[in-house]
Ligand binder design. Sequence first.
Ligand code: FEO
Length: 168
Amino acid sequence: MLKKPVEDILVRQIEREAYSSNLYLSMASWAETNGFGGVSEWMYAQAEEEKIHLLKFMKYVNERGGKAVIPAVEQPPAEFANVEEIFEQTLEHERFVSESINEIVGVCLDEKDFTTHNWIQWFVNEQIEEEASVTNIIDKLKLLNGQNLYLFDRDVVGMRGAIPGSQQ
Ligand code: FEO
């Protein structure tokens, strides 16, 4: 049985994963309507991953005797200046999510919920990968300095999960 503070912060994370999914769908839509088919594909795939994260939280809360409440979700931004801004905002958002996951770890330790502490480690590792993957893309965009975005758009889907130096 989950203790209330643990349940509450896990339910809060359901809303954050839902927002993440919608944010990336919004970016996918912007990219798709601005000629960036590859970026759009990257964002659609990212939105799907966030939906999977949401489902992991839901199922865990329900399995452990809590109740996963489906939240209202704030509308994400619909307009972006350019591709660079999209990935900068993605990194900023992923850093926010990492902080949010760290807060869950903190509550698990405060409540001595070592089962949930063990379970949440998957997300701790996932956030390391997500931040590294987006940082890698931003590094490539900096190299391009606004040039050759056609080639970037063609290749960006292949950069999903391809992190230099990563073990995966
Ligand atoms: Fe669910 Fe991108 O963190």
